[in-house]
Design a protein around this ligand. Sequence first.
Ligand code: HEM
Ligand code: HEM
Length: 140
Amino acid sequence: MSLRLSRRHRYAIDSVLALLLLSGLAWLGLDRGDPLDDALGTWLRADTRVHAAAGVATVFLVGTLWLVHLRRSWRSQRNRLPGALALAGLALMAVSGYALGYLVDEAGHAWMGRLHWIAGVAGAVSYVWHRVQGPRTRPG
Ligand code: HEM
Ligand code: HEM
C-alpha cells in the first residue's frame, strides 16, 4: 500500500516547517538579551508573530497526518525511527512553545527557550532524515 501524500499536502508540510525553522533561527539571530533598539525590536516582534502563526499551522498539519500517515506508516514498520524522532521533537516544541508564551516566568524563560530551540533544530534534522529515508524504504 502506498504511503505517499498528495503533492499539495507534502508541499504544505515542507513549507510550513521551513517557515517555522527559519523564523525560529531568525529569532535567535535577532535576540541580544538586552532591550533592543527600535528597528531590531520591530523585526523581532514581527518575527515572533510569524513564528507563532507557523507554530499553530504546524500543529494543525501534524493533526492532518495523525489518522492515516502516522497509523498506517507505523504499522508498515517503514521509516519508523526518523518519523518518531520528528514527532517527538514536534511534541516537545509545541509544549515548550506554549510554556514560553504562557507559563514560565522570567527565571524559567532562559532554560525553556534553550530546550525549545534545541528540540527545534533536532526535530528539523530528524525530519530531513525522515524525508530522505522514506522513499528508500519502499518495498520492491
Ligand atoms: C512514527 C511516525 C512516522 C512514520 C512511521 C512515518 C513513515 C513514513 C514513511 C514510511 C514514508 C515514506 C512513504 C513513501 O515514500 O513511500 C514517509 C514519508 C513522509 N512522511 Fe512520515 N512517518 C512518520 C511521521 C511523520 C511526521 C511527524 C511527519 C511530518 C511532520 C511526516 C511527514 C512525511 C512526509 C511529508 C513524507 C513524504 C511523503 C511523500 O513522499 O509523499 N511523517 N513517512
Ligand atoms: C510546533 C513547533 C513550534 C511551536 C508551536 C513554537 C511556538 C513558539 C512560541 C509560542 C514561542 C513564544 C513566543 C513568545 O515569546 O511569545 C516560541 C518562541 C521561540 N521559538 Fe518556537 N515554536 C515551534 C518550533 C520552533 C523551532 C523549529 C525553532 C527553531 C529554532 C524555534 C525557535 C524559537 C525561539 C528561538 C523562540 C524564542 C525563545 C525565547 O523566548 O527564549 N521554535 N515558539
